[in-house]
Design a protein around this ligand. Structure first.
Ligand code: ACO
Length: 394
């Protein structure tokens, strides 16, 4: 923030900027951007540190409980996640067999709601109960996304294998093939770096729903709906569609993509189009999550080629607009390298972020105040109801 913000008031009300830009709405101990604006902090650790070194289970424990687990705690959290992954109610799979083919984020929205119908009828605000459901939802949401997608597109799906590692098993269920260790670790690291990010739009949505004392499943269904939009999670899909469009055009012209991408971006900017995978409300210089993803992109299929394209795109955007790449630019390529269908990119974001949504849900309900801002009404007033025959004048 370059300028000191002005606090506007009207009568007894505080008027905040549109989009709540630069507005602090509450405190959290879960995650946030560090005071220098250079990294995201997960419970005291930088996101790069946790993204590079922590397993999905360790990071889940950290985000939910506030510290890295000791061996016993890790074993317990792993056992629970793996067990719950194998316990998605059969009726949920039945329901997924009878829905239209839609964007797979809908499988998550109604999948979370369906799980709520099984588990949330006698909802409690006891911490042990809440943490248990957080682990259950974290374990089961990816199974629903993968089953929904594969039923719709392949007519069949793979059941979870609770004896396997969570990230490996989820990637297997999505792609319907056994991943290598490197692929599973690359995938796992993206789940970890997507896990939480302060009061982003979907987390804030989840907290608003939590503040009404609704249950976790309903709150997360709302979070998934917010994440679906292209200005939030949907950007990783749009970024890959952009790369594939550019690749096709480059091939048509007989030019390598890492050369053509400059012309492609400049054309879009000239038309005032946004380049998906660039820009961020908080990171104005650099998104540190891209560093974690970049290490894996370089090691996966066609790594050198994609790194050249990414670096060129970043160079052009920085030169032209001073806008850095965000994590979605890198995960778009990483998921493409893993052979994941593009519409599943945002669901994968949700498979990681469900941990953060759950932690924020718990933090909110255990120290609750209903989130209910007020508005400034600028429409007409004083109108009187008119009978139908006097209304249409054309
Ligand atoms: N491409 C081109 N121009 C951009 C881009 C972009 N990706 N992002 C911002 N700008 C420009 C805007 O056009 C605007 O220019 P103007 O002042 O001349 O009108 C200026 O930069 C400020 O942009 P805002 O959208 O107002 O900035 P804000 O902080 O509200 O937006 C946002 C952040 C929504 C992420 C924006 O950068 C964007 O739309 N990016 C593309 C979508 C995207 O990649 N989203 C993923 C975000 S990360 C995540 O959710 C994990």
């Amino acid at each position: 923030m370059s300028q000191k913000p002005e606090c506007k008031t009207e009568g007894n009300y505080i008027v905040v900027p549109k989009g709540l830009v630069n507005v602090i709405v509450d405190e959290t101990k879960i995650s946030g951007v560090d005071p220098k604006g250079e990294s995201t902090i997960y419970r005291g650790f930088t996101i790069e540190d946790i993204g590079e070194n922590a397993s999905f289970y360790e990071a889940t424990y950290l985000i939910l409980y506030g510290e890295l687990p000791c061996e016993e705690e890790l074993k317990e959290v792993k056992n629970k996640i793996d067990k719950y992954r194998g316990q998605v109610p059969e009726k949920v799979f039945d329901a997924l067999k009878h829905v239209p083919v839609t964007h797979p984020m809908y499988y998550g929205i109604y999948g979370a709601s369906l799980l709520g119908q099984f588990y949330a009828s006698d909802w409690k605000f006891d911490p042990d109960f809440l943490y248990d459901h957080a682990l259950r939802l974290t374990a089961q949401l990816p199974v629903i996304f993968a089953a929904g997608w594969n039923l719709a597109h392949n007519g069949t799906f793979l059941r979870p294998d609770p004896t396997k590692d969570h990230a490996w098993d989820v990637l297997r269920m999505i792609t319907m093939r056994e991943p290598t260790e490197l692929e599973a670790r690359a995938f796992e690291s993206t789940l970890v770096i997507y896990m939480d990010h302060g009061f982003n739009a979907s987390t804030f949505t989840t907290r608003v729903i939590a503040s009404t004392l609704s249950d976790l499943y309903a709150a997360v269904a709302g979070g998934i709906a917010a994440l679906k939009g292209p200005l939030h999670g949907g950007a990783n899909e749009k970024a890959m569609e952009m790369f594939l469009d550019a690749k096709k055009r480059a091939e048509g012209k007989g030019v390598p993509l890492d050369e053509y991408i400059e012309e492609y971006i400049l054309e879009k900017l000239a038309k005032k189009e946004k380049i998906m995978g660039f820009g961020h409300r908080i990171y104005k210089l650099h998104d540190p999550r891209t560093d974690v993803a970049a290490k894996f992109v370089a090691q996966l299929k066609d790594g050198d080629y994609w790194m050249k394209v990414l670096k060129k795109a970043e160079e052009v955007m920085w030169r032209e607009k001073k806008i850095p790449a965000n994590i979605d630019l890198y995960t778009a390529i990483l998921y493409y390298q893993l052979g994941i269908p593009i519409p599943m990119y945002t669901p994968i974001f949700a498979m990681g972020r469900v941990v953060g949504w759950s932690a924020h849900y718990i933090e909110q309900v255990l120290n609750n105040k209903l989130i209910r801002p007020t508005e400034k009404y600028v429409g007409p007033s004083g109108l009187k109801y008119q009978p139908m025959e006097t209304r249409c004048r054309k």
